[in-house]
Design a protein around this ligand. Sequence first.
Ligand SMILES: NC(=O)c1ccc[n+]([C@@H]2O[C@H](COP(=O)([O-])OP(=O)(O)OC[C@H]3O[C@@H](n4cnc5c(N)ncnc54)[C@H](OP(=O)(O)O)[C@@H]3O)[C@@H](O)[C@H]2O)c1
Length: 316
Amino acid sequence: MNREILFTIEGADFDAWTKLAREATPNLTLIPDLPADGTKPAEHPGIHYCLAWRPRKGLYARVPDLKVIFALGAGIERLLADPELPPHVPLVKMAEPGLTEAMIHYVLWQTLNHHRRFWELEMAQRALRWVEQDYPAPWNRKVGILGLGALGEATAAALRDFGFQMRGWSRSPKAIPGVACFGGLDRLAEFLDGLEILICLLPLTPETIGILNADMFRGLAPGAALINAARGGHLNESDLLPALESGQLSAATLDVTSVEPLPREHPFWRHPRIFITPHNAAETAPATGLLEIARQIARFEAGQPLEHLVDRARGY
Ligand SMILES: NC(=O)c1ccc[n+]([C@@H]2O[C@H](COP(=O)([O-])OP(=O)(O)OC[C@H]3O[C@@H](n4cnc5c(N)ncnc54)[C@H](OP(=O)(O)O)[C@@H]3O)[C@@H](O)[C@H]2O)c1
């Protein structure tokens, strides 16, 4: 069995990953793309698997026997846009417990922030103000998630378990206990109607670019909050400040922006009701990520279909 994986993640600690790979399964060996002295990248005949995120130019041509590309993360739009991506090699997006748990924690943190308006209390403390606050019970708070994939479904279920009145929207219809599910564009308005907290966990595709826009905000309850933990390209950024000024939106959390890092002079940084985090909502946990890759390789070598396979025509 060939379980050598070409490790192409620049800036990662190769030795630490190698140790984790050995612990994940005795058959998994990581091969560095660059020699230890960091000089010329090597040719890699006979290697069937590769872990990629920002592939160096010419990478794929140096791995002639490549059978599967494993993406380090869940959002693969950049890998797909690479003109060098070999057309017939399956691309698998990452779905693993470490990444999912991190996203659940991030979204839960910000959902509670908006549900209880904790941000208002922080502002009050800074102004030495003792404020009174009312808030509904979570089961009276309407929260919706755009995207019910590996991350969206698990996050919807976790927020449901915290008592929120949950809805979810995806391309195809889904059934998630305790979550009202809406499938397809023709059910989008119904999904949005009266939502008080809107969370984006969609992939970035030609169909979802700019989906968080003035039209969508108008479909929500007045004063709704937005959480974008997906990609900066989902938000039509010029629609955000007017929506906050008019009160259509009360506040927004942005883990992602169209330009990253967000430039220092960008008005989003200083807006009192925009909360910025540096695209760190969720990262792949190396140990569980490698275990997942080992599991997928075992499936592949047993002739079973790969899971979380990217559909290139759909773009996710
Ligand atoms: N901020 C961060 O740190 C961070 C970390 C990881 C991931 N992310 C983002 O999170 C995204 C989601 O990850 P994932 O693993 O959950 O993705 P996924 O498993 O591919 O799920 C995507 C979901 O979006 C739905 N969808 C796609 N296009 C749609 C459309 N046009 N209309 C309606 N629904 C559509 C899909 O519907 P179907 O189920 O019907 O196919 C599916 O439910 C990633 O693509 C990435 O952008 C961000």
